[in-house]
Design a protein around this ligand. Structure first.
Ligand code: G6P
Length: 764
């Protein structure tokens, strides 16, 4: 599927929450000011309205009281109160009057509306105070839970003396109702206003800011990659955006030219025929892939952030394992993006908003895009299907593979998650995707579904079994279908290629072309080729002063000065034949006691996949086995095996290689094995012998190693003796030959071969 033509509207919708936050920040102050103004205005209006209503009431009450007073005066003067109640009744019926009261000269109630039977009597003094103007004639008070307004008018005789009083009482709740109504109108009007202003500001913000910036971003991406030649339209219309667009236009143009020059220079430099180096690979990739770059996918990430308890902060680790060791130099050379599972417990803290970070830390050469999986996905996909299923299935070590339906579901889900991330990282044109290993058999198909224009290669870093073995996997059909979406599948050695072609031929409906080494299925063709992986080590004549210092320190620390030293370096994995190695050392010290006290074997074992029972058990088995052998032969401060059960960084391993007179790689089955090549590359003085299992892929290239069958303990034992007794000349000759192989067939050559193949397969 090609990218959907983008109008910017999807963008605005997609980025809604961030945009909304920005818009809110912009409009909230404006809305607050409007609301405040309205509330103040409302308060003022309500107050004025209240005043007006009260004045009105006073005026009315006064006039009613005056009328009442005329009638009451007559009655009081004539001391004829027979009509008082009727009078009170009559007045009470007038508009909104709740009641009226007639008092005698002493404030005793003469007549009162029945509803106010409990109305308090007044004093004569109160009436006099009113006449004197010292007391208000009106007052607001509570009567039986309602607010009432009472207006008192003293009744005077001809000499202006108080003769009695009349009082009219009004219900004032209608004033509150009127003010309440007014507030309601203010609120409705305010809401409509806020809505209109918000709408207007959102539209304005989008038209003036979001869309132009979005279009500018799109244009920038397209122009600097050479996908469009048209200048940006806003540049000419001045204003702040115009100025920004003009700056962006210059940067885009410079970038575009810089890319072009880099590619041209790369092509020019490539004419020289020399060793493959980082620089040469960089030139080659630029010449071949141009600006597109490579998107590489692996489960294991090359840089991992984890919390270090001792340091009390996060640190960046380089995980153990051949794949990341080999591929990091490749990406450092050719740039691009590496997509991998963010498995470090501090990983999320170090990525940007798009889950990316520049690596290596402090010297960024490429982008690492971290992919997040749930614990459940990681358990089923990584520990389960990949490492308890496919890993033992592909390695002949007699470890029974386990295939659980739930692991398979998690594996499928994780491949989907990765596919999404990979597709997000792909360039608009000419995408090249380089998938690593058995964790991603379904990924090629998932990528091709979304980007049929992508060229996809998968490199299988472990052996491939024969068809009978592979068919044990209950999901083999889906696995093979996923893989056969690739344009290219690489293995370390020809025998794995042959097994794969055989497997496809037997288990899938397809045609295998044995001339072209390809599988043709439906309308697609997948090429299957060997590419023996290697390391980035290039010719070096010796160690640096710092390295010399570390080597001497190690020798001193472990008391190795007069010893014959052997070394083994690996993840603690049952495929590595660590137990077989200990059996051989045990047998050697038994059979050739003259080496007791003289031989020291240094074993580095980095814990690996320890949540899997077989790996967990292996850790304690090896511990126990080494403990037994050491106990059996230990003498004074000498013991035959020194075991370092932890992870070592590459610079920390180097002194171990340097002090070792021989290195044992006794894998029971291994795709390639890079430790063998690292040891050879590290022996600048040529003073070392490699003992190498014939079941490791590396044994095809490193013919000058002493080759062993790790299961054959006697043969293995004698091989170690042969290594220890080998003449200097022979050691040097063999090491020299192997160093030439490793130097020439380094990982840069490996990567260039794969890229050559991928670009030649690219569909036009
Ligand atoms: C082998 C696999 C790699 C893996 C490495 C380390 O070399 O081919 O894909 O990365 O082992 O194992 P881990 O499970 O720790 O990544």
């Amino acid at each position: 599927m090609h990218p959907v033509p983008d109008t910017g509207y999807q963008y605005v919708a997609g980025k809604c929450s961030a945009e909304m936050r920005r818009i809110l920040l912009f409009i909230l102050p404006i809305l607050s000011v409007i609301t405040l103004a309205f509330v103040l205005f409302g308060v003022f209006q309500a107050h004025a309205e209240e005043r007006r209503q009260e004045d009105e009431l006073r005026r009315k009450a006064k006039s009613v009281a005056e009328s009442l007073e005329v009638s009451a005066r007559y009655m009081i003067t004539n001391k004829d109160m027979s009509g008082a109640s009727e009078l009170a009744e009559r007045f009470q019926q007038r508009e909104r009057i709740q009641g009226c009261v007639i008092y005698d000269v002493n404030g005793v109630i003469l007549a009162v509306t029945p509803r106010f039977a409990g109305w308090p009597a007044q004093s004569k003094g109160h009436f006099e105070e009113i006449i004197a103007g010292r007391s208000h004639p009106d007052l607001l008070e509570k009567y039986e839970n309602s607010q009432v307004y009472a207006y008192t008018l003293p009744v005077l005789d001809e000499d202006k003396r108080v003769n009695g009083a009349v009082e009219v009482i009004y219900d004032t709740s209608y004033i509150l109702t009127t003010v309440g109504e007014m507030w309601k109108h203010v609120a409705v009007f305010l809401s409509i206003l806020v809505l209109c202003v918000t709408l207007m500001l959102v539209l304005l913000q989008r038209q003036l800011f979001s869309l132009p910036v979005y279009r500018l971003t799109k244009w920038f991406q397209a122009f600097q990659k050479g996908e469009t030649d048209e200048p940006h339209p806003v540049v000419t219309d001045g204003g702040v955006l115009g100025k920004l667009a003009s700056e962006v236009e210059q940067v885009a143009l410079n970038l575009r030219i810089a890319r072009k020059i880099v590619v041209q220079e790369a092509v020019a430099r490539l004419s020289q025929d020399e060793l493959w180096t980082e620089e040469r690979l960089r030139d080659y990739v630029r010449a071949k892939l141009g600006a597109s770059g490579l998107v590489l996918v692996s489960n294991r990430e090359p840089y991992m952030h984890v919390y270090n308890e001792t340091m009390g902060k996060a640190e960046c680790l380089r995980p153990a394992g051949g794949v990341v060791r080999a591929l990091d130099p490749v990406l450092r050379a050719c740039g691009g993006t590496w997509v991998a599972h963010g498995s470090g417990n501090m990983d999320r803290k170090f990525v940007n908003s798009k889950d990316r970070l520049g690596v290596p830390p402090g010297d960024n050469h490429y982008i690492l895009r971290r992919v997040w999986l749930t614990k459940q996905q990681e358990q089923g996909y990584y520990y389960g299907f990949a490492n308890e299923g496919l890993w033992p299935l592909c390695h002949h070590t007699h470890t029974r593979p386990v295939f659980r339906a739930s692991d398979w579901e998690a594996y499928k889900a994780a491949n989907e998650v990765f596919a999404q991330a990979v597709v997000e990282e792909l360039p608009a044109t000419d995408p090249y995707v380089f998938v690593q290993d058995y964790h991603f058999t379904l990924l090629p198909r998932l990528i091709k579904r979304q980007r049929p224009d992508a060229t996809v290669a998968l490199f299988w870093h472990i052996p491939w079994p024969n068809p009978e073995m592979f068919a044990i996997c209950p999901f083999y059909a889906e696995v093979l279908d996923g893989m056969l979406a690739c344009d290219l599948i690489g293995f370390h050695v020809q025998s794995s290629c042959n097994n794969f072609l055989d497997t496809a031929n037997r288990l899938v409906e397809c045609r295998v072309d044995t001339e072209r080494f390809s599988v043709i299925r439906r309308n697609s063709e997948t090429f299957v080729k060997p590419f023996p992986i290697s390391i980035n080590e290039v010719a070096r004549d010796g160690y640096t002063a710092a390295e010399e210092g570390r080597i001497a320190a190690l020798r001193e620390e472990l008391g190795l000065a007069d010893k014959i030293v052997g070394v083994g370096v690996e993840r603690v994995d049952y495929t590595k034949g660590i137990k077989e190695r200990v059996y051989a050392i045990d047998r050697l010290l038994e059979k050739y006691p003259q080496y007791r006290g003289r031989l020291v074997f240094l074993q580095i074992g980095a814990p690996s996949r320890t949540h899997i029972k077989s790996y967990h058990d292996l850790l304690s088995e090896i511990d126990e086995l080494i403990g037994q052998v050491n106990w059996k032969y230990a003498d004074g401060d000498w013991k035959p095996i020194i075991y370092f059960n932890r992870h070592f960084s590459a610079p920390d391993v180097l002194p171990f290689y340097a002090v070792a007179d021989f290195c044992i790689v006794s894998s029971l089955h291994d795709g390639m094995n890079l430790v063998s090549k690292e040891y050879v590359a590290a022996k600048h003085d040529l003073n070392g012998v490699l003992i190498l299992s014939r079941f490791a892929g590396a044994s095809r290239e490193l013919g000058d190693a002493i080759q062993i069958n790790p299961y054959a303990t006697e043969e293995f034992t004698d091989a170690i003796v042969q290594a220890m007794e080998m003449s200097e000349d022979e050691k040097h000759r063999r090491m020299q030959n192997m160093r030439v192989v490793v130097r020439e067939n380094n990982v840069y050559r490996w990567a260039s071969n794969i890229i050559t193949e991928m670009t030649s397969l690219k569909k036009e």
